[in-house]
Design a protein around this ligand. Structure first.
Ligand code: ADP
Ligand code: MG
Length: 568
């Protein structure tokens, strides 16, 4: 293998040359203690920065094996190291000078969630560590500035590795705390189904966020406190005994006056599918990992989805067993969202009246009298929610402050009162008895989930397939935009990027008209679990910048692709 001194002399030999000469640096170099690899070199100083990796053998970084012997601990360890490395790299970013992105040094920026990312991986058996990040190779105009780049390669990076990726040099207590927290979170997650619960919110949790644009905890928040009869305790391996509200399986209704914290509680439950870092306020808010937020999503595309359990006899005579539209209404979009969540294996639906189509949720008695049911295509969710639980085992947590209709069918009714939940099940049921409703839980047949897809013809013809992520909210595949703004549980734009590669991989390698969507997604995740997330990029250099999405979001992403090619 070439050495760091080879790299130094190559570098000096191309100083002041045209920028493309940087391409010749591609390759791996043995540095003292690690291998440095230049995976991809940018085309010019203004293009996306160059991609590099550092591989440190286990006997040098020496992280204790017990910190990476399970996936969740491994994820917590790598998350912690990514944060440390980012801090270190930030201190040197743009310290080397030049035009455009010259001198930029950047790695994935982790938010409040702990996600499995391609930025940092540790080998499960061997303990070798690799990190992937990006550097803007310096130039003056379009001429190579080798002196500045050698500062980065030979001064900055060795210092960053030394400070943040070698076990003996980092704050070991802080790392231990992060790993211990992940064990405690995992413990609660495994206890939920054993205790008949779908979510847990620890006493003392801080649920509201600082602002609509900051995921940091609100400082002056009223801490969470469980109603007495919902309180459960767990003996966590590290934290000791923890108590809080356990939400049982079934149908849970959250009511309360406006501004009393209903949506904030639901948002925290949505986020509880992920582990959160210490001091987030939600680190002990744990939700069933399959839980899916369901909302109205006017304008979305629906492709051959069986929404007949909710919608039938449309005035235009459209088939709702295999329903397609380029521009869904509030109610049809929400119906499709429920059905697609079922297809994705979701066991908990999370619904907020704030983001629901009213006519999808309920129809009141007076309206039923005036508009005859035969003229109403929609079977509202209230007529199905019980069946969903009883037949399919799918629980629901529903925020509904404006209609009492759900009192009749809910198993558990919580009232948010000045940010504190109270159990009002008995009282609400008593009151509801005086208001008989004629909602009808009629029989329905479960959608078949037998859609099979072929590769989209236009993609096959395309010579160059181009993916572009637009923040967390959408990505494009060539000219088509896949809108993910309303897939509210996507936590990070790196998940969106990963989803774009998932869709492309499904299209190019899996959709062959033979697999149902469930089988196709299973196959995709088999590849990911075997070879890692970067394996689905089909590219030797896309190693950084991806974070693991859930299966649920992969389904959601496929279902929003307007060019799906269905096998008829
Ligand atoms: P609702 O859905 O009941 O109308 P929200 O959940 O939207 O109410 O909360 C209303 C406001 O109260 C939000 O600005 C939110 O940040 C704040 N809030 C929510 N929970 C708390 C809390 N525990 N302590 C302090 N403020 C809170
Ligand atoms: Mg609300």
């Amino acid at each position: 293998m070439k050495t760091s001194s080879n790299l130094k002399s190559f570098l000096l030999s191309i100083d002041h040359k045209g920028y493309p000469a940087y391409k010749s640096l591609k390759g791996s170099y043995q540095f003292p203690g690690y291998i440095f690899t230049i995976d991809h070199v940018q085309g010019d100083p203004f293009a996306s920065p160059s991609r590099v990796s550092i591989d440190i053998p286990a006997h040098i970084c020496r992280f204790p094996a017990k910190y990476y012997d399970t996936l969740y601990k491994k994820t917590a360890l790598c998350d912690h190291l990514t944060r440390l490395l980012k801090k270190a790299l930030d201190r040197y970013s743009f310290k080397a000078k030049g035009s455009g992105k010259s001198g930029l040094i950047t790695i994935s920026s982790c938010g409040q969630e702990i996600l499995e990312r391609t930025a940092c991986c540790i080998h499960s058996q061997k303990g070798d560590l690799s990190v992937h990040f990006e550097i803007g190779f310096p130039a003056n105009g379009r001429k190579i500035n080798a002196k500045e780049l050698s500062k980065i390669f030979f001064d900055f990076l060795p210092a960053c590795v030394e400070q943040s990726l070698i076990y003996k040099n980092i704050d070991q207590k802080a790392l231990k705390n992060a790993i211990d927290l992940s064990e405690d979170q995992h413990f609660i997650r495994t206890m939920l189904p054993k205790s008949g619960l779908i979510a847990f919110v620890a006493d003392g949790s801080v649920l509201p966020r600082k602002s609509g644009i900051s995921q940091l905890p609100l400082r002056s928040a009223v801490p969470f406190r469980s109603p007495e009869n919902y309180r459960v305790s767990f003996d966590l391996p590290h934290h000791g005994t923890i108590s809080g509200m356990g939400i049982p399986k079934g149908i849970t209704l959250i009511v309360g006056g406006g501004y009393h914290g209903k949506s904030t509680l639901l948002k925290a439950l949505e986020a509880g599918i992920y582990d959160h870092i210490a001091n987030d306020g939600r680190e002990y808010v744990i939700t069933d990992p399959t839980a899916m937020k369901i909302r109205a999503e006017d304008g979305r595309s629906i492709q051959h989805t069986d929404i007949s359990m909710f919608i039938n006899h449309l005035p235009n005579g459209k088939n709702t067993v295999s329903f397609s539209t380029e521009d869904a209404s509030g109610s049809t979009s929400q119906a499709a969202n429920v059905v697609e969540a079922m297809e994705a294996g979701t066991e908990v639906l999370l619904i907020d009246e704030d983001t629901s189509a009213t006519n999808f949720m309920v129809r009141d008695e007076l309206m039923q009298r005036v508009v005859h049911p035969d003229s109403e295509p929609i079977t509202p969710f209230i007529d199905r929610v019980r069946g969903l639980y009883e037949n399919q085992g799918i629980s629901s947590i529903i925020v509904a402050g404006s209609s009492g209709a759900y009192f009749h069918i809910a198993d558990h009714i919580l009232q948010m009162d000045q940010y504190v939940p109270k159990d009002i099940t008995d009282f609400a049921k008593e009151q509801a008895a005086d208001f008989p409703t004629n909602f009808a839980a009629s029989a329905y047949s479960e959608p078949a989930f037998d859609r099979k897809f072929l590769c989209t013809a236009s993609l096959k013809k395309e010579r160059r397939l181009k993916l572009k992520t637009m923040g967390k909210d959408s990505f494009s595949l060539n000219r088509d935009v896949i809108e993910l703004r309303y897939i509210e549980q996507i936590a990070d734009s790196e998940q969106t990027t990963a989803l774009s590669y998932c869709l492309l991989y499904l299209e190019m390698h899996i959709f062959n008209g033979k697999h149902t969507l469930r089988q196709a997604v299973d196959e995709l995740f088999t590849v990911i679990e075997k070879d890692g997330l970067a394996a689905i990029t089909d590219s030797s250099y896309v190693k950084s910048g991806l974070a693991m999405p859930r299966r649920q979001e992969v389904f959601a992403c496929v279902n929003r692709y307007r060019n799906l090619n269905i096998e008829k």
